[in-house]
Ligand binder design. Structure first.
Ligand code: ZN
Length: 392
């Protein structure tokens, strides 16, 4: 193999790229990819109230299909560095593998894709049959406003288009090959506010306690939202906080609030979901409880890449390398795939997520080798398949 994924991952880990700092990680990739014939661009995005963030887009080839790999080099902070058995930004190899913040989430995944792409190019005279692109952001782990969403638009404005995307987030649960993520549930946050009238606790007839009303509405909103379907588990509403803010023992509060989050599947849209929740509250309130809702804006809509030629191609490649038949899953939190899906079909496949964001985040060297072999096989198959076949 031309490029060693362990060496690339280790170099990336040595860059202290805690969001929003680039830390040298994108510059390292830029150098490596430029040397291998990619045309590499950097784009810094900023917005009032957020720090500017550096991003990278690289492409080799000009023909279709354009296979896009997406990922992020930023990492979450290491926490207490002295709790690590190997320093979080040293990229050291020990008996349990390569240690460091970002080893699995997701510098390791980027290293495997880069190694696979370089190996493919070397075997094919330095040029892909179509195009290989990388879209790498430095703003995924934090607010994610100056990253993938803007980089996709930036690339689109330059006339770039993508046929299929692999997002290299850690998708597997136990072993490499057990899970491809083909979609994500949507996420919606809201607050339920019940209004009463404040008063002395000894004279309840002169006040109106909002707490019993809030309790009855909370109970009503716990009813199931749906039963799920072939791609998704049931949608789920979870109360995350109940707040009255009353520090006094002899006061009936004037207002009570409950915050909640809904993880919803593709049987709902955000608008329909809000209507459903508000209708349930109205029924439960029965004209006796004064209430209102505040909904937070959400850019985390539900999506699913329906099984087809692209997911099949990836599944077969995974089976050929690992002997496993991956589950097509939509579980877990949201990811940048929610932005990519507006440009092309996207699936998520990367390392095993077990140690991500933890002290002693690490990746077994065998996993890096396996993932590189899988990506390599996917690239080969992708450019062997006629584009029309992939488009189903
Ligand atoms: Zn990640």
């Amino acid at each position: 193999m031309t490029a060693d994924p362990v060496a690339i991952a280790s170099e990336l880990i040595r860059c202290r790229s805690i969001t929003p700092d680039e830390g040298g990680a994108l510059s390292y990739l830029q150098e490596l990819l430029t040397r291998s014939g990619f045309e590499v661009h950097r784009a810094i995005f900023a917005e009032p109230g957020t720090p500017p963030v550096d991003n990278l887009y690289a492409r080799i080839g000009s023909a279709r299909p354009n296979l896009l790999f997406a990922g992020h080099t930023d990492v979450v902070p290491p926490g207490n560095e002295s709790a690590w058995s190997h320093p979080p930004f040293a990229g050291e190899v020990a008996e349990k593998g390569l240690y460091g913040r970002g080893a699995v989430d997701m510098k390791g995944g980027i290293a495997c894709f880069v190694a696979a792409a370089l190996d493919y190019l070397e075997a094919h005279g330095g040029k892909p049959k179509g195009s290989i692109s990388l879209l790498i952001t430095g703003d995924e782990e934090s607010v994610a406003v100056n990253g993938t969403v803007k980089l996709l638009k930036w690339a689109g404005d330059r006339g770039e288009s993508f046929d299929h995307c692999i997002l290299g987030e850690p998708s597997n649960f136990e072993v490499i090959g057990d899970t491809i993520k083909v979609g994500r549930r949507g996420s919606l946050n809201g607050t339920l506010i019940v209004t009463g009238r404040q008063g002395h606790v000894a004279y309840p007839e002169r006040s109106d306690n909002p707490i019993p009303g809030l309790v009855s509405l909370i109970a009503a909103l716990q009813a199931p939202l749906d039963e799920g379907n072939e791609h998704f588990s049931p949608s789920h509403l979870e109360f995350t906080s109940v707040d009255v803010g009353n520090t006094t023992v002899n006061l009936i509060p004037g207002e009570a609030r409950a915050r909640f989050n809904i993880r919803y599947n593709d049987r709902h849209s955000q608008t329909a979901l809000k209507t459903l929740i508000e209708r349930r509250a109205k029924t439960a309130a029965a004209g006796h409880v004064r209430y209102s809702f505040e909904w937070q804006p959400s850019n985390a809509d539900v999506f699913v890449t329906k099984p087809g030629a692209f997911t099949e191609l990836a599944s077969v490649a995974i089976a050929e390398i690992t002997g496993l038949h991956p589950k097509l899953s939509t579980s877990g939190g949201t990811s940048d795939a929610r932005f990519i899906k507006d440009y092309c079909p996207v699936l998520e496949f990367g390392l095993v997520g077990q140690t991500m964001h933890q002290v002693d985040e690490r990746v077994p060297l065998a996993d890096l080798a396996t993932l590189t072999a899988i990506y390599r096989r996917i690239i080969e198959k992708y450019f062997d398949a006629p584009l029309a076949t992939l488009a189903d």
